[in-house]
Design a protein around this ligand. Structure first.
Ligand code: VG1
Ligand code: CO
Length: 542
């Protein structure tokens, strides 16, 4: 008989935008992880005898957590667990493996772009059998269960040697330690023209990929180096480390320092990219050129027929609400349906399952497609390389031609990280209080069309998600959006998103911050942010 242990419930296990994220020490409290895992197993239905996928981004506490989860899965009646060797599975690879093996679901261990190490962050989330993050109905059920839980089940057994590929048993449950890159690599080969990319890289087209000492190192080595022939030196920080080498594994202009310096330095390569802690994000750069994630989604959509996996056309596209409307312009021109969802990948799952969308993306360096049910960093990199190989243009040329054809959506996000929670809430209240006066008025010399608190009705299952961000929408298509982050672990992070559309080619060459200056200034003044938070400037601008 599996062992059953008594436990005391915690009251703070409500998952955020993407799972439960806390400091490592928080997860190390007695039974903290056990409770969350048991609460998950208690609500996800009848999985007896079926398969669970487990893996993580390799951060500190990954290995311990995996051993705990394996013993709990065995005691709870799973038939088999697939675990990535070394405990490694990128988030998109985990999604791929869940789908390929018809698994019941998966547990992904990651705090994504948040730093790792004994004093930093850890995280866990449950993905369902479609390979995607559990929908809100499931995450809410897990939370409800977590506050009343009194026992968990765990087998007493020795550790599984997760570094060695092979088959093992824990009681009656099979544990298969698998190569974390194999299935994922095959999937990429089925979508993109590897011969064309190999040919491109064999010429004088050089690339740099920054794995940021996070999970994509082994994947980039296998795909970009071994399969596609990029030199090993083209992969920066390729070795996954438990603390990401002390860095912040967030692929943006602030944190991907080394890559940015080289792409904007002398003899810059033609193409540069980076991914985050768990491999689902991507940043794309050209020689002295930054591609905003919102533009990237639009470019992939407009050029999808360059890649074999998408040559037969797209079902539709989707973007998160704060993401710029660049993809909307392309969708309109191509006659595609275009959806606007709340922030977080879980909202794309239903649309993909119903074959309503093929490509989707978020402004936060996330792009992906229905090949899996997570955003996918290396997939985006390969998609870009495939397009560049076919079109034989530089990144800058692709972008400039795109803007001429579809217009340019100037776009920026300002993050104020680690703000005191009450101050952050006060800022949001202040903005909302300004809405009545703004309605039908003007701001930054632009006419306000409407202001609202974004709510989303899922077109497939009719579920409603409210309070997804405060929006000021202008009649010329410009937008200012205020949102509080749901992924941080210390205090609150205020995100302000700015967008303005420019169809006039003569005005498309401006500096982004300059083009948005009026909106930025207005946002600071109506929110009274500096006074309320004591912050005079954002922590990160992307
Ligand atoms: C952030 C991003 C959001 C993304 C989420 C998870 O959420 O803004 O677009 O889906 O991170 O990404 P928030 O609530 O902090 O704004 V990851 O790479 O952490 O799975
Ligand atoms: Co991530």
């Amino acid at each position: 008989m599996p062992n059953t242990y008594h436990t005391e419930a915690y009251d703070d296990q409500r998952p955020g935008t993407s799972g439960l994220r806390k400091k490592v020490s928080h997860f190390q409290q007695p039974n903290y992880l056990h409770n969350f895992v048991q609460a998950t197993f208690d609500v996800i239905g009848n999985f007896a005898g079926s398969t669970l996928v487990v893996g993580g981004d390799g951060r500190y506490y990954n290995r311990e957590a995996i051993q705990i989860i394996l013993r709990m899965a065995a005691a709870n009646g799973f038939g088999r667990v697939l675990v990535g060797a070394g405990g490694i599975l990128s988030t998109p690879a985990a999604s791929c493996i869940i789908r390929k093996h018809g698994a019941y679901g998966g547990l992904i261990l990651s705090a994504s772009h948040n730093p790792g190490g004994p004093n930093e962050d850890f995280g866990i989330k449950y993905n369902t059998g479609n390979g995607g993050p559990a929908p809100e109905s499931v995450t809410e059920a897990i939370f409800s269960r977590s506050i009343e839980i009194t026992r968990y089940r765990m087998l007493e057994a020795a550790d599984i040697p997760i570094d060695n590929i092979g088959s093992y048993y824990l009681g009656e449950m099979a544990v298969e330690v698998i190569d974390p890159t194999e299935e994922y690599t095959k999937l990429m080969e089925s979508l993109f023209d590897f011969d064309a990319i190999r040919h491109l890289l064999a010429g004088d087209f050089s690339i740099l990929f920054d794995a940021m000492h996070a999970v994509t190192g082994p994947y980039a080595m296998e795909i970009l180096h071994h399969r596609l022939g990029a030199p090993a030196e083209a992969i920066l920080n390729a070795e996954p480390k438990e603390d990401f080498g002390g860095g912040h594994p967030d692929p943006n202009l602030t944190y991907a320092k080394e890559l940015v310096a080289r792409m904007f330095g002398e003899d810059a390569p033609a193409f540069g990219a980076a991914s985050d802690g768990d491999g689902d994000r991507n940043m794309v750069l050209g020689d002295h050129f930054f591609v905003t994630p919102s533009d990237s989604l639009a470019v992939l959509t407009a050029n999808a027929d360059c890649a074999p996996g998408y040559a037969n056309g797209l079902d539709g596209v989707a973007r998160s609400m704060p993401t710029s409307g660049a993809v909307d312009q392309v969708a309109k021109a191509m006659g595609l349906e275009c959806f606007e969802t709340p922030t977080g990948w879980k909202f794309f799952g239903n649309l993909m399952d119903a074959h309503r969308v093929t490509l989707c993306g978020e402004e936060s360096f996330g792009t992906g497609s229905s090949h899996v049910r997570e955003k996918d960093g290396l997939w985006a990199v390969l998609f870009w390389l495939n397009i560049l190989a076919v079109r034989k243009l530089s990144v800058t040329e692709i972008m400039q031609q795109h803007w001429v054809k579809y217009g340019r959506n100037y776009y920026s996000r300002h993050d104020y990280e680690g703000v005191e929670t009450t101050a952050a809430q006060a800022v949001m209240h202040r903005v909302q209080a300004a809405f009545p006066a703004l309605q039908d008025g003007t701001l930054a010399g632009r006419e306000v069309a409407t202001c609202d608190d974004f709510a989303y009705r899922d077109p497939i299952d009719d579920s409603l998600s409210e309070h997804q961000g405060l929006r000021i929408l202008f009649t010329d298509g410009s937008r200012i959006i205020f949102r509080l982050s749901g992924t941080g672990t210390v205090g609150a992070t205020i995100r302000i998103y700015f967008e303005s559309f420019e169809s006039d080619v003569a005005r498309q060459g401006q500096d982004t911050q300059a083009a948005l200056a009026g909106l930025i200034h207005s946002a600071e003044s109506i929110s009274d942010l500096a006074n309320i938070t004591g912050r005079s400037a954002p922590t990160v601008i992307t």
